[in-house]
Design a protein around this ligand. Structure first.
Ligand code: PLP
Length: 404
């Protein structure tokens, strides 16, 4: 047997991905400045020049999370790793944890609690509805020994935003710590970690931060640091034990794992872009593009799943028009226009589309392109549309609402 016997049968050459426009639930389009940053020379993860950059990265993350927490850094892994890091460090077997479920990702939090040996106390809300803070208070009254309240700020499966400030206040009133998922919210809509009294937060690089997937910014309050320090049993994951990771992301800079240096250059650059734009401007841009898209979709008779008061501007969950083959629409958008939009998940599969306008994807050109392409595809598939009306409505919105 030679080494050639293990060669793949198919001739394989360099991979060149097509240039798509990513308007799904994530990833969003990576900013060109981020791609350039990632192509710079690789440094050792303990190189003093690199560790200086790490300090800036921590400072920039404190800005986007709106926190002074010292323990703020990007985890090497996707948002799911950030999620697990919170649960695995904060729960010991037998702990009661209130988990709010109003979509897919709340369900994953329940899984995490169970896998850590905790007891989930589930607050259920309908898909498309925000978490009801009253239900959180009711369950805490019934279970005064609950230790943590966990919830998803921006539920990507439905496009709904929950009232993090009120949930944070209720949790504190009952002496509970909080875990908040900001994978879809961070950068696109306000997040005030300290202002809302949140103890543990995680996000993802690939949505409103305009980076490729694979990094999860996290931040932990002093209360969490104390909790982890006082654990009598080891955290059940070596990689995610924050007391060990501190050796690398803290001041001692000792080897923990080989950090993905080039990806971290990319995150640094994306945060510099956000810092230059300013958080309020980024939130306003996401809102304006959402409103323009909404105006265009209205001309096609396409309405929203979520009540206006709780709608996420960066994730537009909309009803598929009656009689339309939603899968075929997405296929045509992808193959004919190189445009990706998202399908519904779980209960919403086949019934909704999720149109993301996140980070670098949230711009006027993409809104107009999406409306024109959708209108043409729907017409091709036999739906009666007034061609040009959707993008005209969006242009009108932009004209009446100039950028701030
Ligand atoms: C709200 C939410 N939480 C967690 C995750 C998991 O993140 P990742 O896919 O990066 O692991 C996602 C991914 O889309 C998400 O939208």
């Amino acid at each position: 047997m030679t080494t050639d016997s293990f060669r793949p049968e198919k001739k394989i050459t360099t991979f060149y991905p097509p240039q798509r426009t990513l308007l799904g639930p994530g990833p969003s389009d990576t900013h060109s400045r981020v791609l350039s940053a990632m192509a710079r020379p690789t440094l050792g993860h303990l190189d003093p020049v690199f560790t200086e950059m790490m300090e800036e990265l921590k400072g920039l993350l404190r800005y986007v999370f709106q926190t002074t927490n010292l323990l703020t850094f990007p985890v090497s892994g996707p948002g799911s790793v950030g999620m697990e890091m919170c649960f695995v460090n904060m729960i010991v077997p037998g702990d009661k944890v209130v988990v709010c479920r109003n979509g897919v990702f709340g369900g994953r939090m329940i899984e995490n609690v169970e896998r850590c040996g905790g007891i989930p106390l589930v607050v259920e809300d309908k898909w498309g509805d925000p978490v009801d803070p009253q239900k959180v208070e009711d369950i805490l009254k019934k279970h005064p020994d609950a230790k943590i309240v966990a919830f998803v700020h921006a539920e990507t499966s439905t496009g709904v935003q929950s009232d993090a400030k009120t949930i944070g206040q209720i949790a504190r009133k009952y002496d509970c710590l909080t875990i908040m998922d900001t994978v879809t919210s961070l950068g696109g809509t306000p997040v005030y970690m300290d202002g809302w009294d949140i103890d543990a937060i995680y996000s993802g690089s690939q949505k409103c931060l305009s980076c490729p997937p694979g990094l999860s910014p996290v931040s932990f309050s002093e209360r969490v640091v104390d909790l982890v320090r006082n654990r009598t049993e080891k955290v059940h994951s070596w990689f995610m034990d924050i007391s060990l990771l501190l050796g690398y992301w803290g001041s001692s800079r000792t080897y923990h794992h080989t950090a993905p240096t080039n990806s971290l250059y990319g995150l640094h650059e994306s945060l510099v872009i956000l810092y230059e734009e300013g958080l309020e401007h980024s939130w306003a841009r996401h809102h304006r593009n959402h409103e323009a898209l909404k105006a265009g979709l209205k001309t096609l008779g396409i309405g929203y799943v979520v009540d206006e008061a709780y709608r996420l501007p960066q994730l537009n969950s909309v009803h598929v028009p009656a009689g339309v083959d939603e899968k075929e629409v997405r296929r045509k958008l992808l193959t004919d226009y190189n445009l990706e939009i998202g399908a519904g998940l779980g209960d919403f599969a086949g019934k909704i589309w999720r149109i993301g306008l996140m980070g670098n994807s949230s711009k006027l050109g993409n809104v107009i392109f999406c409306l024109d392409a959708l209108e043409h595809v729907l017409a091709d598939l036999g739906m009666k549309v007034n061609k040009g009306a959707a993008s005209s409505a969006a242009h009108q919105y932009y004209a009446n609402n100039p950028a701030v």
